[in-house]
Design a protein around this ligand. Structure first.
Ligand code: SF4
Length: 371
């Protein structure tokens, strides 16, 4: 955990991106120390220090977020980019991010923002929740997605924006590593409508320890249960990293867990790895590996298994689990054909598919940067 010189505390506290944080408590018996329970790191933070995510600072025994509305990305994205394949298909979302993250993935493709820490200086453009919601409406987005870096760590801005988004008829989704605590899920409650929960390396403890500096990935399953119980729409992804994180046994275990605890129709995405950040000596995941793992998940009983980051692959499409008819056709992030009936049934056998929200049909297929 890093240290900040608090001799300029008065000036720091005046900055618009500094706000008192939520989800923390004082540590008994340790004067001025704080426990942050926003994520499973549950950092114990001394005065003048900040937590592992690099953006939550203890000033005189109170925890402050340093990134309230200080955004590093504001884009319009197709919802399929999240990926959410069964939630308001072909809608668009306004995506936002800050700096900081509670993970240290050696392959992070957004490492410039995720691995930035307070002592390196904060970056971003200041926004308010109102402005974000206004922009979403102006760009004809149907929802807001909290994404790119781990959204849990900018919780306070997320919560305020999500409230306002709901008031204006927009939905909220997040792309998360799933390491937030069940208390955080509880606090968010029905403000969050959908989550893409990203596993890496099959959720293997060894992979998380060595490649991501995360101690206990099994905690993610506790969080998933909390999300399920709140009624959030859930899609699960797993990044398949050649050599380090592509074991069949891990995919089998994950598929079984989804079957037993979520649903056979929960969308499950196997994502292709590409070399980035500190893991540039590993090649792209062979498509044959993704196909082999997809077959395992399908044989275990999952009905909607997708292969991601391989545009044009047959497992980008949605097939009816009952008769096998191709009901949604995609290319990359774009929906190219949508055949389901208005009430979400297969036109051939009338089976009702597991889709939440109506088809929007405004697929843009690529991100549009606003900031
Ligand atoms: S959100 Fe940040 S400060 Fe809080 S527990 Fe997680 S890593 Fe630590």
């Amino acid at each position: 955990m890093g240290y900040i010189d608090l001799s300029i505390r008065v000036e720091i506290l005046k900055r618009p991106h500094v706000r008192e944080a939520k989800l923390w408590k004082p540590v008994e018996g340790r004067d001025g120390w704080i426990e942050c329970y926003l994520c499973h790191r549950r950092c114990l933070i001394a005065p003048g220090k900040y937590g592992v995510c690099g953006v939550r600072l203890n000033i005189d025994g109170k925890l402050y977020t340093m990134v309230y509305g200080l955004l590093t990305a504001v884009n319009i994205d197709p919802i399929e980019k999240k990926p959410l394949m069964h939630y308001y298909p072909a809608s668009s979302v306004l995506s936002i991010a800050t700096v900081g993250c509670n993970f240290f993935c050696k392959f992070c493709q957004n490492w410039e923002i995720s691995q930035s820490r307070l002592e390196k200086g904060l970056m971003g453009v200041q926004f308010t929740p109102d402005r974000i919601v206004e922009l979403a409406i102006a760009y004809d987005a149907q929802g807001i997605t909290y994404t790119y870096n781990e959204p849990t760590i900018f919780y306070e801005f997320l919560e305020d924006t999500a409230k306002l988004a709901h008031k204006k008829g927009l939905f909220n989704t997040m792309v998360t590593n799933g390491y937030m605590t069940p208390e955080t899920v509880d606090q968010l409650g029905n403000l969050m409508d959908a989550a893409t929960v990203d596993f890496k390396g099959g959720g293997s403890v060894e992979f998380y320890n060595k490649i991501m500096n995360v101690r206990d990935p099994d905690k993610i399953y506790e969080t998933l249960i909390a999300m399920r119980d709140k009624g959030w729409w859930i899609e699960i992804t797993n990044l398949v990293v050649p050599k380090y994180g592509d074991e069949e046994a891990h995919i089998r275990k994950m598929a079984r867990w989804i079957l037993e605890n979520l649903s056979p129709e929960t969308p499950f995405h196997l994502l292709r790895f590409h070399p980035d950040y500190k893991l540039t000596d590993i090649p792209w995941t062979p498509v044959a590996t993704l196909e082999k793992l997809a077959k395992i998940a399908i044989n275990e009983g999952l009905k909607h298994v997708y292969i991601g980051n391989v545009p044009g692959h047959p497992l980008e499409h949605t097939y009816c689990p009952n008769c096998g008819y191709k009901v949604i056709e995609r290319y990359g992030f774009m929906v190219t054909d949508y055949k389901l009936t208005q009430d979400g049934r297969c036109p051939r056998c009338k089976y009702k598919l597991n889709i939440r929200g109506q088809y929007i049909g405004k697929s843009i297929g690529y991100p549009i940067p606003i900031v």
